[in-house]
Structure formats: C-alpha cells, structure tokens
Design a binder for this molecule. Structure first.
Ligand code: GLC
Length: 488
C-alpha cells in the first residue's frame, strides 16, 4: 500500500495516452515526454505508463531502449469481466516506462473520431490497468498523475468502481487538464458497463445534463487538479472559459492550480539544433540570418527585406485561423510574407493553399507535419503568429521565443503568461487583445512599426525572449511541492 514520509523519495506514476518520443498527437505528448524525466532528475521516483499503440514498441526499440516483458499479465476488471494485457518495461534509459500491450490498442489512431461506448474502451483499459500496476510490477506509487479525459476513468474508478473501490487504495491523484475543450462525454449506461456504481450518476458525481462527463468525474475525485498555466487556471473557472465546467471548477478551486509547462530545452536549443541550417545564440544572431535565408530560398523567395511571419501548428478553430485568414489580404498589402506549416480542418488548409496561389510571392504553406520544416519555421521567421482563440499553455510561443522569433500572440491562457507586449518591462512580442481580424492586424501593425523603424528595440525584444528560462527546472519543483503536500 502507498505510504510515505517526507524523507522518502516520492513515487509518481504518470499515465497518459501519448508521450514523445513514442507516440504523439499534440502538445500533451511533449509535456508528458519531458515532465517526468525532469521530475526524476529532481529526485522523484517517477515512471510512465503508456499504451502500446501500433508502432510504439518498435519506436522504443529504435531509440535503442531494451524492453523487458513483465512475467505476470495485467488482469483488468471491466465490470466483472477480466481483460488481459501484457506489460513491457524499459530496462535502461533515464525514465522507466511501462508499455501496456493489448488488442485494445491495435489498429487505432490514438483518439477516436467519435467518442462512444466502444471507442472509449482503450482508455478505460489503460486507466484501470494503472491500478493493477503495483500488483504486477511490484512497485507501488504514492501518486497517480493522470493527463486529460482519456485517463479520467482511473480517478473515477478509485471512487466509484464496484470492485476497485473495495481495494481501498491509498493513492493520491493529480489530474492535469491540458485542454478543457475535450471532456469525454458518454451515455451513463456505458459507465455502468465498466462497473461504475449508481452513486456516481448524480450531479455531485459525474452526471452532466443526463449523460456522463469523464472530466467532471476526475475533477470531483482527484486529490489535486492542475492545468498548464496560471491564466488558464483562472479562465477555466469562469463561465466564459469554463466550457460548461466553470461552476464545478470554481467550487473545487481550493484544489485547482495552474503550473506553467516547460520546454525540453536540450532539444529546443538554437545553439545545438541539428535540424537547422545554422546554429546561433542570443550573443550572435548571424546563424539566425542564415536560417532565414535558407527558409526563403526553400520557399523560392528572393530576399527583399520584407518581414517574414511564420506559424507551426494545427490548423483548427482553437488556433485562430478564423481571424487569421481574413487578415491575410491586408497583411500582404502591408508587405508581409507568411509561411504557415501544419494541418487540420480541411476548409482552413484549402483557404491557405488558395491564398498562396493568389499571392505566390507572399504566402506559402506546408500542409502536414515535418519536424525539420517546423524547426526551420521557428528559426527562420522574424515573427511567429499565434492568434489562438484559447490556449491552455502553448508550446510554440516558448520555442519561438527561444529561437529569437518574436511572437504575435493572443493575450489568453499560457500565451498571456509568457508573451509580454513590446515596450513593457520584459517585452518580447506583440499581443492581440481583441479576438477579431482587426485585433490581429492591430498587433501586426505594431510589430511592423518596430521591424521597419526600431532595429535596436527589435533586437532587445529578441534577447529578452531568448534569455528567458522556459525549462522544466522552473516548474518541476512546483509539481514536487504539490505531490508532497498531498501525502499524509
Ligand atoms: C494542449 C493545449 C496546449 C498545451 C498542451 C500541453 O495541446 O492545447 O495549449 O500547451 O496541451 O499542455
């Protein structure tokens, strides 16, 4: 059973559907790939449990990791049925990782297109398997740290599963909200089929407008709820930003806290980045100029002194494409060049391709994700566009700041905690205050003014961003303190 005193190393199991370098859909994978190793460095006995989606075990072996098969099978109780899985553990490398193998994870994209009683089962299996880990692996964590709706069933099971709650685990749980837009809505009966007891299905439990809301259940049940920036922690407790859970989060505000995400600063380092055509640091930005020239050349553009705005990320509503697209004609008129890399909603992809057809010398895009192109866009731009509608934390602005590319970002969520308006103390970018094409253009106007008229100020803002500490060294100790505060 999990017990701890403060002199003992805290044992923390992170449970997530995705983590780099094994499998990735979005920013969650970056965070889960880099936070546990930092916690481990700072003294916690931290481990990670991941589903072995197709290709995951091969990815681990390709990284040179040795995998050891744990002899005992993982027997999970979904309702009173037993579902069996196999656990693999890395036996070298810095962070112990458990990979859970099961037919549940085969032939699937990580997240289903449509969440329903059937497509949720891989997440239920993963979550419940975490509760069996201590039996199977003979390692008993003090804290179970769950990420987003896909691991909410773990916290739900501890409180309301007919079998698991009888086991009387002494785990403390942390639930991290990376994005409140995805909460996990299901019909109540499907949770009955997992073995969840009736007392969960009230408004004080996980019932939500007659259905089940997994995230709600996790917020109610977790020992602590964190989210990925202080401003987002505040926003999600409002009616406007709470996506239907504002009141609930407010009533649990004593256990809600925002901890800013960090960056893997060893990987994202312009001085050593092997994917850049040239390296550089804040002391000498000659290499950045070379990166810019290389990017222009790749896009078939001649250097003519015009400012280059880049962006990397999913082309979806959240990222502000509905205000960016109508602003493009004016940006072109003002002499801007734009390079947008990413993929997402079909209508945005097409509109961007049309724009590059219309203004071939000013607008270019790369539809898809390519690690090398992403690095070159972070390094090669003069400005980095991030007009997000909402942004729990955002990692791209941290990367662009570190690469000396001034962000033009909406003043919201984690962007508001990391991007500061030019001219203010610590100014490192330009903020969009109003969520509209005009609001975006106003920030771009201020950016252009500095670009054309104030080379010294532009340079100072670059240095301010590049000198900031966005590493996990800043936030890992905050998680550590939180874990400690949860132990008896
Ligand atoms: C989600 C959020 C993003 C955040 C990331 C990691 O992808 O949209 O803002 O940075 O999770 O926490």
């Amino acid at each position: 059973m999990a017990t701890a005193d403060s002199s003992k190393r805290i044992k923390v199991l992170h449970v997530s559907p995705e983590a780099v370098p094994f499998c990735k859909v979005g920013g969650l994978a970056d965070v889960v790939g880099s936070l546990p190793p930092s916690l481990k460095k700072s003294g916690a006995d931290c481990r990670l449990l991941l589903p072995a989606w197709d290709g995951v075990l091969d990815a681990a072996r390709d990284k040179g990791l040795k995998l050891e098969r744990i002899p005992r099978s993982v027997d999970v109780a979904i309702d009173w049925r037993v579902c069996r899985g196999t656990l693999w553990k890395t036996s070298d490398g810095e962070l112990p990782v458990y990979f859970l193998e099961s037919p549940f994870f085969q032939g699937k994209n990580i997240y289903p297109q449509q969440l329903d009683p059937e497509s949720v089962l891989p997440f239920v299996f993963l979550s419940f398997a975490a509760l069996e880990l201590e039996e199977v692996s003979e390692w008993n964590p003090d804290i179970l740290h769950c990420h987003d709706w896909g691991t909410a069933p773990l916290i739900i099971a501890l409180l309301w599963h007919k079998y698991y709650r009888l086991r009387q685990f002494e785990y403390r749980t942390v639930f991290t909200i990376h994005n409140l837009a995805h909460q996990g809505h299901l019909p109540l009966y499907s949770l009955r089929d997992w073995g969840i007891a009736e007392d969960a299905f009230t408004m004080f439990g996980l019932e939500y407008y007659g259905g089940a809301n997994l995230m709600k259940g996790a917020v109610v049940g977790a020992s602590a709820v964190t989210t990925v920036s202080p401003t987002y922690a505040w926003e999600i407790q409002t009616e406007e930003g709470g996506a239907g859970l504002g009141g609930l989060l407010r009533s649990h505000s004593h256990k809600v806290r925002g901890i800013l995400n960090g960056l893997d600063t060893a990987y994202w380092n312009p001085l050593t980045d092997p994917l850049l055509p040239a390296n550089y640091s804040q002391k000498d930005l000659t290499g950045k100029k070379k990166c810019r020239n290389a990017l222009l050349e790749q896009l078939g553009w001649k250097e003519d002194g015009r400012p280059l705005f880049t962006s990397v990320g999913r082309m979806v509503d959240q990222k502000g494409f509905d205000i960016l697209l109508p602003a493009i004609p004016r940006m072109v008129e003002w002499g801007c060049r734009l390079f947008l890399a990413g993929s997402g909603q079909h209508e945005y992809e097409t509109a961007i391709q049309e724009a590059s057809g219309r203004w071939p010398d000013s607008v270019a895009s790369f539809i898809g994700y390519d690690e090398e192109i992403a690095h070159q866009a972070y390094a090669g731009g003069d400005f980095f566009l991030m007009p997000s509608k909402f942004e729990p934390c955002g990692l791209s602005q941290l990367i662009s700041l570190r690469y000396g590319t001034l962000p033009v970002a909406r003043s919201v969520g984690g962007l508001a905690d990391t991007v500061f308006e030019y001219g203010a103390p610590g100014g490192n970018g330009f903020l969009i205050f109003d969520y509209s094409p005009e609001g975006l253009l106003s920030a771009i106007g201020r950016a252009l003014d500095v670009f054309w008229n104030d080379a010294g100020g532009y340079r100072a803002a670059q240095v301010s961003g590049m000198a900031s500490d966005f590493s996990w060294d800043r936030s890992a100790p905050v998680y550590h303190d939180l874990y400690r505060s949860l132990l008896p």
